[in-house]
Write a protein of this length. Sequence first.
Length: 163
Amino acid sequence: MQILKKEIAIEVYDSEVELCAEDQNLLALAKEAMECAYAPYSRFLVGCVLLLENGILVKGNNQENMAYPSGLCAERVAIFYAGANYPGVAVKTMAIVAKAKDYEITNPIVSCGACLQSLTEYEKQFGKPIRTILQGEGGKIWIAKQGTLAFMPFQFHVEELKR
């Protein structure tokens, strides 16, 4: 028998002031996108911004629908838009933020499994990881340089949608 281990490393920052100007800007743009989310059912708003290798910025936010499976998460809104409008251009960095209308989100929120799978597809397509920045409404910031799968052990939990 063998045991296969894979280590991950996530940088943890206490606040945005510790980040470089580019990362601070990406978080600010993700927060702008988050404020435009359509989330009347969960009241859980998510914003995402992608910095493409060509310097273009692409925003996305969650879009809910009364028929829940018809809605789409912020990450997939952004990555599918990028793939449709900038085919052949890799994503350099992605920033994702979240807030709830009824309580405060103090920790970074990890993408759901469907989003992680979709983002992994783009990482495979371009042969490189998407550097990912996560933050709640404020507070701690997580950055994974080795790609979106670094967040798999953390999983998105239903408690994060409490009312």
